[in-house]
Design a binder for this molecule. Structure first.
Ligand SMILES: [Fe+2]
Length: 153
């Protein structure tokens, strides 16, 4: 499926990583929509990177904020293309806005960086979001727009 979301360059920083990271990825609910599943891995990797680094914290935090904003936008573009029902789509988009605002507040509270406690909170927020809202969407896609799924990867 051609993807015209050209202004967004996924980082795929997880590619080629040691096997130990696979445990982190196995906690991410799988949607079966490859581009989005890959972005979820990137997001988790950003959080691991932020947790481990002592340098460039502000720079990585900003990159993470930009990446997640693009990620929400990417999902929303898919939903629009798939004619995902308005009600469900609206609730999902509002949830993206809430998530973005929670993260923004955590970043501002600590002067532009994410402290360990905030990183843990965000990880839980993301995994919960994926398990509820993204999964609900993916199940609808499976039933109604199977062409958007990539069953073999
Ligand atoms: Fe989402």
């Amino acid at each position: 499926m051609a993807d015209n979301f050209t202004h967004f360059k996924p980082v795929r920083i997880w590619q080629g990583l040691p096997i130990k990271y696979m445990t982190t990825f196995s906690n991410i609910p799988r949607l079966g929509i490859k581009a989005i599943d890959d972005e979820h891995k990137d997001i988790m990797l950003f959080l691991i990177q932020l947790k481990k680094t002592d340098t460039d914290k502000q720079k990585i935090t900003q990159a993470f904020l930009d990446y997640s904003a693009n990620h929400y936008e990417h999902e929303e573009l898919y939903m629009a293309r798939q004619n995902y029902p308005m009600d469900e789509s609206h609730v999902h988009i509002m949830e993206h806005r809430r998530l973005a605002s929670v993260i923004k507040k955590l970043v501002e509270k600590d002067g532009g960086i994410l402290v360990q406690e905030s990183i843990q909170k965000i990880k839980v927020e993301f995994l919960t979001h994926i398990a509820i809202y993204d999964k609900m969407w993916a199940e609808w896609v499976e039933m109604n727009q199977p062409g958007f799924r990539n069953p073999h990867y």
